[in-house]
Design a protein around this ligand. Sequence first.
Ligand code: DPX
Ligand code: MG
Length: 581
Amino acid sequence: MLDSPTHATPNAQRAAEKKTKPYTVGSYLAERLSQIGLKHHFAVAGDYNLVLLDQLLSNKALEQVYCSNELNCGYSAEGYARAHGAAAAVVTFSVGALSAFNAIAGAYAENLPVILISGAPNSNDRVSDHLLHHTLGTDDNSYQLEMAKKITCAAVSITAATDAPALIDHAIRTALREKKPAHIEIACNISDALCAAPGPISAVIVEEPADPETLDAAVEAAVAFLRKKQKPVMLIGSKLRAAGAEKEAVALADALGCSVAVMAAAKSFFPEDHPQFAGIYWGEISTPGAREIVDWSDSVVCIGALFNDYSTVGWTAMPTGAGVLTADINHVHFEGHDFSRIHLRDFLAALARRVEKRDSTMVEFERIRSERPMERAAKPDAKLMRAEIVRQIRPLVTPNTTVIAETGDSWFNGLQLMLPGGARFEIEMQWGSIGWAVPATFGYAVGAPDRRLIALIGDGSFQLTAQEVAQMIRRNLRPIIFLINNHGYTIEVEIHDGPYNNVKNWDYAGLIQAFNAEDGHGRGLRATTGRELAEAIKVALANAQGPTLIECVIDRDDCTADLISWGRQVSIANGRAPRSQ
Ligand code: DPX
Ligand code: MG
């Protein structure tokens, strides 16, 4: 994990090699990626990046992992960054990079430092009027860089070896600091050109400087704010992980003793087995008691929270007013105060040392808490239903499990799973691009090979990026994919239905056989009853050599109650009439 960087190469032999070995632009980049803790990079070949790929291969601490297309390559890197803290994807110019951009924009929205590296035309062609392949057919090839600037925190183009070290360091440094993607374009004739050797990595892993005086003032003001409150709750949002502040949030919870609710996109960022965990706050579809306790409170400490139309259930549920203290990655504001240039981690830790106990929301939550009724076991040969799928997945979630939930009703199914301490949950809720989950699961599995991965993916989403199951097979990775085949885009059905929400059926189990070809060990199974599902799960758990896909066949409208309620509110929000001028 990058959180505890390996700071790569502390052995004397490599240090000595570094002094003597000549560096090229490509091997410099590889060394930097390795120094920041990466063990893999994802790649799709193309003539503009072949020499670069050779250079990256020359670094034995970094393994090259191949993807079926560049969109999947971007998502795979995004998934790896979730498991490992950061990631890199290497693609070819334009036809490759533009496909990857969807995933890179997703990494921006999801606060993940993914470095997109693209081969680029020969530097001589930059300043000539030559027309080049894989381009728009005009003589201006700057469009890729210009587009990348909109969806990354740093985008650089390297056309001279002497510029490479500074530009590469700038891109990587900015991505790590801001937890956002960066873009590095390298002219194809520059990748193997000699350049300076990398200096100490401490020049690259540099945090935004914080201001200790502002931190003191912010903590002082927050202590005074909380002293006046009797009933605070904490609300954990998805930016908590990007801020590297999960432990500090627990410390603050322990000190305050109040109820702690999480937002859906932050599931698993606060331990669900913590005694103060009060469930998921998500407006009318909150877990039982979570909305009530937030509504009952007199102050909400929002930590890394991100409120959008989805997370507020169509703008129907969002803590507002004088009782809200907003603590963001580098910024805290509340009740007439606004403090920037501080780190959330430091703020939470210092606040935890200073606050007085305020546990009345916990006392009240104990009174009102109720558990959602658990699904009752279905008759073994009854037609398979969604609730039975969730019931059978529950016991699979161990402390070593990561659940990956694709956009669709899989979000709501996944959110219903209870996580024992150590279990993780991944959701791409801000970007919400269907097709994310298969390659993100692949990338996550590469980054965390010892974890059990359970992916919940709808039929419509699966069809976008199904090929990456073949890469799981290629590397003998063992995720279990529950492919929920409800024959359509059910989430859209519940928002607004029409013929466009029907999906062409596939033989999903048969597809795995096709991906296996002559040497794969993937298993594809189809379950239409609870008994078949239980049997398929046994096969999955016994499959030690490859992924298992279990197609779970259910009715088109067999969805969570949460999706129905949420879909209705989102539909109302989408349908608001234009304001008259
Ligand atoms: C769309 C969505 O089958 O899941 O559970 O049946 O809804 P459910 P499926 O995977 O269908 C997904 C579908 C079409 N969203 O319901 S959520 C619009 C959309 C998107 N991303 C991209 N294109 C379209 N979210 C890339
Ligand atoms: Mg579906």
